[in-house]
Design a protein around this ligand. Structure first.
Ligand SMILES: Nc1ncnc2c1ncn2[C@@H]1O[C@H](COP(=O)(O)OP(=O)(O)OP(=O)(O)O)[C@@H](O)[C@H]1O
Ligand SMILES: [Mg+2]
Length: 373
């Protein structure tokens, strides 16, 4: 497991307003040297605006941006030791792959032998050595994007900003590029700040993710944490399929640090290891949501006898076959919907639970958590 400790980029209380709308709302965050950091959020939440402030194309209304301890808030974009790759990357159509990649070095007047060495190394890194004499129109979309990435890395920037760089590519090519990007980032030891609205992409690529909503950070953590331990309803919902069931606190045990919950007006269980000491955080009678991912729920045709698991009788509402898994929609006896994602591990075609089936679901309550906002 990689550990990053050197703060490289320090964003302090940065805000930006457009036409009376607060687009970036007092954001503070620190990005470490060598990190693959992702800004994830829905369309319009302010990701590109924040990235453009880091790049210098947009000036914040307030707040500061420090790079290696130096205030760059008002520094011109071309003076910043970073590059930006946009969705619509522009290669020079009249230049070969080699010349496209060499361009920044020629502008910086690199000496010929060193320039050639550096371009050949980058060509190798993006596996385009045999395409170096081709022109952009003779390449596939994925290859063109690799040239754009090589060109952005050739003069060894400290920081590479990538704004949805793969969104023009088809799903298979995108997946392939994910592997390439992570390899390239590790090989060149460049710090990446990656913008996407695709949660799968963010989870697969990042060391850490900041989930943005309406110009604010809702949660900043490792991919496993934002996925399995979301802090808010929004993060839970945005990161993938989930059950968010109405829940009420029946009791708080300060000694044992647990909450007694009633979920979906019918299921009662305890949640452990909670921070019950923070004043006013929880109170008896408080209403929130119990969150649990569908893959944490299993289903059987007979009642499941395991004291660590909570089980309930359900009815089948429907199912969606995804190939590797099937998503079942069950109803509790009071009509509350509960989703379970079941793996199709059997060799024969999966036997689906039908509307007539008698089914029990079971889950470990600790696999989920209680959300109050
Ligand atoms: N120059 C501008 N003038 C006025 N409004 C702007 C300007 N730039 C961005 N906005 C607005 O700010 C909001 C956030 O835009 P931004 O481009 O940062 O969103 P985003 O998170 O990158 O979205 P997407 O995923 O669609 O790219 C949007 O409502 C947009 O219309
Ligand atoms: Mg954008």
């Amino acid at each position: 497991m990689k550990v990053f400790s050197m703060a490289m980029l320090d964003i302090q209380n940065v805000s930006k307003t457009y036409e009376d709308n607060l687009i970036v709302n007092n954001i503070s965050l620190t990005i470490n040297a060598g990190e693959f950091f992702t800004l994830l959020g829905p369309s319009g939440c302010g990701k590109t605006t924040l990235l453009r402030m880091i790049a210098g194309f947009v000036t914040p209304d307030s707040g500061k941006i420090l790079l290696d301890g130096k205030d760059i808030t008002h520094l011109a974009p071309e003076k910043r030791p970073l590059h930006t790759i946009f969705q619509s990357y522009a290669l020079f159509p009249h230049m070969t792959v080699y010349d496209n990649i060499a361009f920044p070095l020629k502008m910086a007047k690199w000496e010929k032998v060193k320039l050639n060495e550096q371009v050949l190394e980058l060509l190798e890194d993006v596996r385009l050595t045999k395409y170096m004499s081709r022109y952009p129109h003779e390449l596939s979309g994925g290859q063109r994007q690799r040239v754009a990435i090589a060109r952005s890395l050739v003069d060894r920037p400290k920081l590479l900003l990538l704004d949805e760089p793969l969104s023009a590519l088809d799903a298979r090519l995108r997946e392939h590029m994910h592997v390439e990007l992570v390899k390239l980032q590790e090989e060149t030891e460049t710090t990446f700040i990656y913008v996407t609205h695709d949660q799968g992409e963010a989870l697969a690529l990042s060391n850490r993710i900041a989930v943005l909503n309406h110009g604010k950070i809702e949660q900043l953590d490792k991919p496993q944490m934002v996925y399995t331990r979301p802090d808010t309803h929004f993060v839970a919902d945005f990161l993938g399929k989930c059950n968010l069931l109405r829940a009420e606190i029946l009791g708080i045990d300060y000694e044992g640090k647990y909450l007694k919950l009633r979920v979906a007006d019918s299921l009662e269980f305890d949640l452990f290891d909670l921070d019950v000491d923070t004043p006013n955080m929880y109170f008896v009678g408080q209403i929130g949501w119990y969150f649990i991912r569908p893959e944490k729920i299993s289903a059987k045709k007979t009642d499941i006898d395991d004291e660590d698991l909570f089980s309930a009788r359900v009815f089948v509402k429907g199912y969606y076959y995804y190939g590797g898994e099937t998503l079942y929609e069950f109803l509790l006896e009071n009509g509350t919907k509960i989703q379970a994602m079941l793996s199709n591990t059997k060799t024969e075609q999966s036997k689906f639970y039908t509307e007539e089936s008698l089914v029990y679901v079971a889950f470990d309550p600790q696999a989920g958590n209680f959300l109050i906002k």
